[in-house]
Every structure is written in structure tokens, then in C-alpha cells.
Design a protein around this ligand. Structure first.
Ligand SMILES: Nc1nc2c(c(=O)[nH]1)N[C@@H](CN(C=O)c1ccc(C(=O)N[C@@H](CCC(=O)O)C(=O)O)cc1)CN2
Length: 296
């Protein structure tokens, strides 16, 4: 039986650490400011955005949510971003994904100042990640949250064989960079990876991170005994219940450690967003936060 990695618990610890650093910032009269833009009425996005606002409020981050109808033009969103880029009360800006079809995600990502790019999607920040730059710069919050979980659970990465399934800008691609930065040997699999090769690579993996949006893609025969399995997938089934990209019931008896869905990676995304917001605020105001505060 695998050990369960409890994302809700780790996220709670991280939020408490963030709150303590918000208090440090308050000592310098700094209140971190987060702006969240939501375009359209995607029901899941509506929930995530509401939860971001609530979580921010609880730790003392000043969050504003800007809601627009789905037929807003791309130029209007970009004009709002320009306004927020120039607003000294705003340290962090994000545009909730997915966007309506008529909008180009890349144009939106590039409009956000790299210094306020709390999602870490701006090419300048992605470039720093892949160039192995030192120091702080924002990195996508979901894969960063996965790294926090792996550290929290004392999962050894150096010299290990890691397989990431899915190459999105949101998860898979930065996940690849973060794991290799910590000296894992990483394979990045995607929809053009032949099934046989996927099975073969997965069966050799010490660490598996899956973010494909394909419900229960990863089966028992894909996992070697003792592997660490991180499921980033959140798939809502017709009856409303959520399943991940891993067949949890089949894989759980084989894996060494495993994240559940819900209650695994999902809660880490918002806690990590708050972590990044606080770091951006500290950077903007030249405040040094407590050493090692992120080591939860
Ligand atoms: N601009 C961004 N858009 C999106 C991101 C992102 O990081 N930046 N990530 C996802 C959505 N997301 C946050 O935005 C998010 C997803 C899931 C959860 C979460 O807590 N999930 C729960 C289940 C909740 C449910 O019932 O649906 C869990 O897994 O336990 C939080 C945030 C896409 N868009």
C-alpha cells in the first residue's frame, strides 16, 4: 500500500509559512497585491478564482478579481494588464486559463510584466528556468507546488529516473525543467509518444508526474513497485465526481507514495500562488524575507 501524499495538509503548512512572511512585509508597510483576471464564465475557473481570492485574504494578501464577459476583445484585456503593470499596489498579475477561443494565450502571457508574472508563463521567466538561472524568478505554480510536495516527503531526486507525462506550458514543460535542475534524469512524454514506448519508460520510472487530462491513463502495469506517483489531472466525470490521470485504485497498492485526486496537487497550486506573490512583493520592495521560510 502506498503512502498517501496529503496535498491539503502540505498546502495548509505552506499557507501558514506565507502568512508569517506577509507579517514580515507588513513590518515594512508592504501589503502584497494580487490581481486575478477572469474572462468568461467557465464554472471550474469561477471556483478556482473565488478560492484564490479567499485564500489570499486569509493570509493578508490584497487580492482583486477582475471579471469580464467572454466576448471581450484581446486588446481590452491587454489594456487592463498594462494598467496593472503600472500600478504600484499590484505585485502579481494572473489571467485565469483557459481563455475564450478568440484570444491568444501567448499574447496575454507576454503582456504581463515579467516582474509581476506570478504564473511564470512569460517567455523571459520560462527562459530563466531553462537556462538554470540562480535567484528568484516566478515559476508556474502547479509544478512548483509538486516540487514542494516532493521535498516535504523527502523524495530523493538526484540520480533518479523521472518521467513526466504531458508537455503543457502550465505543468509538464516546467516540471521537466524543475526535476532536471535537481539532478533527476527526466523523460518528457506527450501525445505523440508511442503507447509501447510510454509503457516502457513508465515501468522504469522512480518518479512519475502525470498531467494529461486523460482520465485514468496510468494503469497498474505502468508503475514499478515503490515508485512515487504524482497525479496532476483533475477530470470531472458525468456524475460530477473527480478522477485523476492515474487509475488510483489499481496503482495505489503498487506505488511507494501517491497523491490522491482531489486533495493532492490541486490545493498546492493556490498555496504556491500565494508563496510566489509574497516573493514578488519582497522583490519589488527590497525586503529580505526570513531565511529558509519555504522549507516546510
Ligand atoms: N492562470 C492560471 N490558470 C490556471 C492554473 C494556473 O496555475 N494559472 N491552474 C489551473 C486551475 N487552478 C488554478 O488556477 C486550480 C486547479 C485545481 C485546484 C484545486 O484545488 N483542486 C481541487 C479540486 C477542486 C474541484 O472540485 O474542482 C483538488 O484537486 O483537490 C486549485 C486551482 C488551470 N488554470
Amino acid at each position: 500500500m502506498a503512502e498517501l501524499i496529503d496535498g491539503r495538509l502540505i498546502a495548509k503548512e505552506l499557507r501558514a509559512a506565507v502568512k508569517a512572511q506577509v507579517e514580515v512585509l507588513q513590518g515594512y508597510n508592504v501589503v502584497p497585491g494580487l490581481a486575478v483576471i477572469l474572462v468568461g464564465d467557465d464554472p471550474a475557473s469561477e471556483i478556482y478564482v473565488r478560492n484564490k481570492g479567499r485564500a489570499a485574504e486569509k493570509v493578508g494578501v490584497a487580492a482583486q478579481t477582475i471579471r469580464y464577459a467572454a466576448d471581450l476583445s484581446e486588446a481590452e484585456v491587454i489594456a487592463k494588464i498594462a494598467e496593472l503593470n503600472a500600478d504600484p499596489a499590484i505585485d502579481a498579475i494572473l489571467v485565469q486559463s483557459p481563455l475564450p477561443e478568440h484570444m491568444n494565450e501567448q499574447h496575454i502571457q507576454e503582456a504581463i510584466s515579467p516582474e509581476k508574472d506570478v504564473d511564470g508563463f512569460h517567455p523571459e521567466n520560462v527562459g530563466k528556468l531553462f537556462a538554470n538561472r540562480h535567484g528568484f524568478f516566478p515559476v508556474a505554480n502547479t509544478p512548483r507546488g509538486v516540487m514542494t510536495m516532493l521535498h516535504h516527503e523527502h523524495v530523493e531526486l538526484a540520480g533518479k529516473n523521472a518521467v513526466v507525462v504531458g508537455r503543457s506550458v502550465l505543468v509538464g514543460t516546467p516540471m521537466f525543467a524543475l526535476l532536471q535542475r535537481e539532478n533527476a534524469t527526466v523523460s518528457l512524454l506527450h501525445k505523440y509518444t508511442p503507447d509501447a514506448l510510454r509503457h516502457q519508460l513508465l515501468r522504469q520510472a522512480d518518479i512519475i508526474v502525470v498531467a494529461t487530462g486523460v482520465p485514468e491513463l496510468i494503469k497498474a502495469e505502468d508503475v514499478q513497485p515503490g515508485a512515487v506517483v504524482i497525479d496532476v489531472g483533475i477530470n470531472r466525470m458525468e456524475d460530477g465526481h473527480l478522477v485523476g490521470d492515474v487509475d488510483f485504485a489499481a496503482v495505489e497498492p503498487i506505488a511507494g507514495k501517491i497523491t490522491p485526486v482531489p486533495g493532492g496537487v490541486g490545493p498546492m497550486t493556490i498555496a504556491t500562488l500565494l508563496e510566489t506573490t509574497v516573493e514578488l512583493a519582497a522583490q519589488h520592495h527590497d525586503v529580505t524575507l526570513e531565511a529558509g521560510w519555504q522549507n516546510i
